[in-house]
Design a protein around this ligand. Sequence first.
Ligand SMILES: [Zn+2]
Length: 171
Amino acid sequence: MTAWQRRAKHCPLCGAALVRGPVEGRDRTRCGACAFVLFENPASAAAAVVLDARRHVLLIRRAIEPYRGQWALPAGYQEIDETLERAAVREVREETGVEIEVVALLDLFFVPEDLRKPANVAVFLCRPVGGVLTAGEDALEAAWFDLEALPEDLGFENGPRILDRLRARPT
Ligand SMILES: [Zn+2]
């Protein structure tokens, strides 16, 4: 449950007090007066594995928690009005200045333990098509790394796993 959901005391539709009780098989927060139910769902996020023609991968050094100061794949939450592919393109642009196009879906995994909210993360294989490498918001640095010479301090559990798998894959 997110912080605002824990703090929410009143129904957003009718203003009556929210109560906790069984709805469709599990305890949920619902309105005591109208039919409103606060269904909780995981967030959706996109991560980008941007590989150039030399098989170098684009990483950022994170400016924010979790894993502040460590290297990671560019990634972020999906906005309400965009596809996951568009989220990947936007996050890479915001964090690195690089323009990309999505090539394929590489992986899809569930992260139950996030600081903010559990999330489904779609990982896209991408390639650069333009832009200028510049560390943007949420990034201390952005840089290209040879797949065979990745930085030691790679944050998150899934990033290293994905890059390992990619390294084992023929070009
Ligand atoms: Zn209500």
